[in-house]
Design a protein around this ligand. Structure first.
Ligand code: FAD
Length: 564
């Protein structure tokens, strides 16, 4: 999702990995990296993916400690939060990407990069099978296999079509840089086609009906960008068809931006209403073809079709096939994403770690932790807590699992006045723990996971890198930074996510933001905050300068509407 999240990434706590001493004795090294037989071979670390998780891991890893190889079909890192801006030419595609080789050459140690796709993770043999996707002039099939001691899976996720007929064939997605470039060309195509002399007014109207499926942050931001592009640039270039343009956002829930504070959802809906962007909530798309999009109204069950010129599908993410195959090998076949423990190690795999959109901390473990927090608070073992005690417990849960905050807020549970009263409005002294735990365990499983955002992925990457750096120290100093009594193992603090808030740009130089400490900001000044945060969060000075100059160019000259 394109939640415009402040991309601040701090390390949460120390590091992870409990590692046993016996493990350190069975190091298999890379012959190429060690010529002196007295020097222990470096362990081989393979990183799959160069997105938010992979690059933040590489950025902080002390690569001189390991034999590091990186595999990714993209030889660049893309700053995804600005992808919606690329769809309309507000920023150029090259301004938001940084070559991986630029990033790794600045790192201490030797990091090898292979531009290839991982086809299979062979858990039993600790190898990954890869295939280069460059051209046709490869020797053989372009396939090769790499051995690992540690594998870091950071390959993100793919678009989720929910197997809706026609979506793959007739919709545009907004996940990769290429997708944004394709959308940019397709939008201009729609306008060029609509002004052709042979078309009827009805056909012009159809061609200029832009439908966005999904009212999450990505869909909303794209609709807002498109509206701005039309109002600020295209209306002057295609004046004859300006009255035929329509933008519709289709959302299955009751509100758009429903992962945000409800004041932001309402503000966005009102703003879109004023701008003439139609928002249709409570609709589920059941099929798409080259001319029509067919949907069902959830409340009435009515099925109807509307003609479209362009459909953008932005409804969430699904597991990549290579991860699905790996999950089946390790008995996680029924899950949506790879389950890890709190140290980001894949459950049941000693040497595989997973970060970012392809992983999630095991939910049973989360619920067990929450039970433990309740039990610790229930000192007299009465099975009840006072309202004040419960408030402390909830605060504790939110610190450890910030994803619960949204749920608790949406049920008004964090509001003390709600806690004081029972369902009949009577004041109560104590609250039953079991009932409360039950309510939390019934929470939607998606909500129990951390959000699939750059903010989470990059914090996990940083955290894991620090752990890898310290894991090596543990080998040299077996007494380790902390020792679990009697277990003979060393341990680090588990991963803790810190939520820094999220942005939703709404067009017309206005944005909304949810900031830490329950702050909600909306309007023009928030848009300026958005500009400064996103400029500061660029991964290099080069991209920072490019992005700022693109914004300036757009202010002065408008967007470029050439179809190249
Ligand atoms: P990715 O960043 O997707 O990286 C995956 C990497 O794996 C890529 O390099 C890919 O090429 C590589 N890969 C894929 N398949 C293979 C394979 N078989 N073998 C090897 N490598 C492979 N989050 C925010 O916090 N704030 C925002 O404002 C925001 N806006 C967004 C806007 C858009 C349009 C989109 C699409 C997402 C947005 N997100 C935002 C979400 C954020 O981009 C993701 O959560 C984040 O990219 C996840 O990081 P990741 O490392 O798990 O995966």
């Amino acid at each position: 999702s394109c939640s415009k999240i402040l991309l601040l990434c701090t390390l949460s706590g120390g590091g992870l990995l409990s590692y046993s001493e016996s493990q350190s004795e069975s190091i298999t090294g890379s012959p190429a990296s060690n010529t002196n037989s007295d020097v222990p071979a470096k362990k081989k670390v393979i990183v799959l993916g160069t997105g938010w998780g992979g690059t933040s891991f590489l950025k902080d890893l002390d690569a001189s400690l390991y034999d590091v190889q990186v595999v990714s079909p993209c030889n660049y890192f893309a700053f995804t939060p600005l992808l919606p801006s690329v769809t309309c030419g507000t920023v150029e595609a090259r301004s938001i990407v940084e070559p991986v080789r630029n990033m790794v050459k600045k790192r201490k140690g030797d990091i090898k990069f292979w531009e290839a796709e991982c086809l299979k993770i062979d858990h039993a043999n600790k190898t990954v099978l890869c295939r280069s996707n460059i051209g046709n002039n490869l020797v053989g099939s372009g396939e090769f296999s790499l051995e690992y001691d540690y594998l870091v899976v950071a390959i993100g996720a793919q678009v989720n079509t929910f197997n809706t007929p026609g979506v793959k064939e007739h919709c545009h997605f907004l996940k990769e840089v290429e997708d944004a470039q394709k959308i940019r060309r397709a939008v201009i195509d729609c306008f060029e086609k609509a002004v052709l002399p042979s078309l009827s007014d009805e056909e012009r109207r159809t061609n200029l009906h832009f439908v966005v499926v999904g009212g999450g942050p990505t869909g909303v931001e794209f609709a807002a960008e498109l509206h701005d592009h039309f109002q600020e640039d295209l209306v002057n270039l295609y004046p004859s068809v300006k009255d035929f343009v329509n933008i519709t956002v289709i959302q299955s829930g009751d509100h758009i931006l429903n992962t945000f504070d409800e004041r932001i959802s309402l503000f966005a809906e009102e703003k879109f209403g004023r701008d003439g962007i139609k928002v249709q909530t409570g609709r589920r798309v059941i099929s798409v073809d080259d001319k029509n999009i067919t949907m069902k109204a959830k409340s009435t069950g009515e099925i109807y079709s509307v003609p479209h010129g362009l459909v953008i599908w932005s409804t969430g993410i699904a597991t990549r096939p290579v991860v699905r195959d790996f999950m089946e090998q390790i008995g996680q076949g029924k899950r949506h994403v790879l389950a890890t423990n709190e140290w980001l190690r894949v459950k049941g795999c000693e040497s595989v770690y997973a970060i970012g959109d392809c992983s999630s901390i095991d939910q049973q473990k989360i619920m067990d932790d929450i039970s433990a927090i309740f039990e610790a608070a229930d000192k007299d073992k009465s099975g009840t807590l006072t309202v004040a005690e419960l408030k402390d417990v909830l605060d504790d849960i939110i610190v450890r699992y910030p994803q619960f905050e949204l749920y608790l807020k949406s049920k008004h549970i964090l509001d003390l006045s709600t806690l004081w009263k029972d369902s009949e409005g009577n004041y109560r002294e104590e609250i039953d723990i079991e009932g409360f735990k039950m309510a939390l365990s019934h929470m939607d499983s998606q909500m129990k996971s951390l959000p699939a955002t750059a903010q989470v992925a990059s914090q996990q990457g940083e955290y894991l890198a620090r752990c890898f750096n310290r894991m090596h120290q543990c080998e040299e100093h077996p007494e380790g930074p902390r020792r679990f009594k009697g277990s003979g193992r060393h341990t680090f603090l588990p991963f803790r996510y810190k939520h820094f808030g999220q942005f939703a740009p709404l067009g017309g130089e206005q944005a909304a933001a949810e900031l830490p400490g329950d702050w909600v900001a909306m309007g023009h000044s928030t848009q300026w905050l958005w500009y400064s945060v996103y400029a500061s969060k660029q991964v290099s000075w080069r991209t920072r300068m490019l992005v700022i100059s693109d914004w300036t160019r757009r202010f002065i000259f408008g967007r470029d509407s050439s179809r190249i």
